[in-house]
Design a protein around this ligand. Structure first.
Ligand code: NCD
Length: 309
């Protein structure tokens, strides 16, 4: 039996290095299959999604990943049109969705929401973003992108810049990187530094430094991971305005980067990477989005097939 069969994907911390590497190998295989072979993998299976927060990429990439392996998707992407508005609890909504589908994908504003859902659902649950806590499938996509584009993860110098306080992709990425031998530079405004309740965990596995200046590190990085300031998570608009536009990666900064360095972003981008950077060979964020479709198809294929694919 494949070890991912019927398992929830709630936190990247639940994955060992060996398991991550297995997922990457399976993703390579997924990419190599021709489309008719791929369509057999989840034929007749249904993915149910519940998105309590806006999303474009994540929901569509699950949708298109499921379609590419022969399955279908149904769900609620706009919670204001659902029975939640009538007062239905998350628990009941999850229970009902798990009747209609073979696997559930949940995005919710609350930390812990996916873990909670997985305790209620009879079907496996994939966390597609739980509050400011985690976004494990994004991290798998990010690590896979680094591996493909840099041919390795060990030994790299990785800068993570932007909103390190509220950005859940940052936490999942850092926990995932903890399996590798990397040097990390965390760069953020003072008020958006990594949350101290997580630094303890991260410090156990990763060497990192913290700073506010991207210019100080730009020329030493192999990977620059840029994040959006998470406006919707700020308790107060004033606080957001103070840090809005703190970092903008433009051509001037790219010119200072190592020739073979790569720039990643989980997207959506607001203004933190200028569009002029898109055409540079360092810009890999759209490629990263494409890899996300394959890593998600792989996760679905492994979770839904006892013998893998
Ligand atoms: C991220 C998220 O939802 O956390 N988006 C995504 O899934 N690619 C990042 C963000 O919203 O900034």
């Amino acid at each position: 039996m494949n070890e991912f069969y019927n398992k929830d994907i709630i936190s990247i911390k639940d994955f060992s290095k060996d398991q991550l590497e297995k997922i990457f190998t399976s993703t390579d295989k997924m990419i190599q299959l021709d489309s008719s072979q791929r369509r057999e993998i989840c034929k007749g299976k249904t993915l149910g999604y519940l998105f309590y927060e806006p999303s474009t990429r994540t929901r569509l990439s699950f949708d298109s990943a499921m379609a590419s392996i022969g399955g279908n998707s149904l769900g609620i992407s706009n919670i204001s049109s659902s029975s939640t508005q009538k007062g239905e609890s998350l628990a009941d909504t999850v229970k009902i969705m798990s009747i209609y589908s073979d696997i559930l994908v949940l995005r919710h504003t609350l930390d812990g929401s996916s873990r909670f859902a997985s305790e209620i659902s009879d079907k496996p649950v994939i966390n597609a973003g739980s509050g400011t806590e985690e976004h494990p499938t994004q991290a798998i996509q990010d690590l896979y992108t680094i591996k493909k584009e840099k041919k390795k993860i060990d030994g790299l110098k990785i800068g993570i810049v932007g909103d390190l306080k509220y950005g859940r992709t940052v936490y999942s990425l850092l926990y995932g990187l903890g399996n590798y031998d990397v040097d990390v530079r965390l760069i953020s405004p003072e008020s958006l530094r990594i949350r101290s309740d997580s630094t303890y965990d991260i410090k156990k596995n990763i060497d990192f430094t913290e700073s506010t200046k991207l210019e100080d590190h730009i020329d030493e990085l192999d990977v620059l991971y840029v994040t959006r300031i998470q406006k919707e998570r700020f308790p107060d608009e004033e606080e957001y305005l103070k840090v809005k536009g703190s970092y903008v990666v433009g051509q001037d900064l790219v010119n200072q980067m190592k020739d073979d360095s790569i720039i990643l972003h989980p997207l959506p981008r607001i203004d933190e990477i200028s569009t002029e950077v898109d055409k540079t060979k360092n810009a890999k964020y759209f490629q990263q989005a494409e890899y996300g479709k394959y890593t998600r198809a792989t996760l679905l294929g492994l979770t839904l097939n006892e013998n893998g694919f």
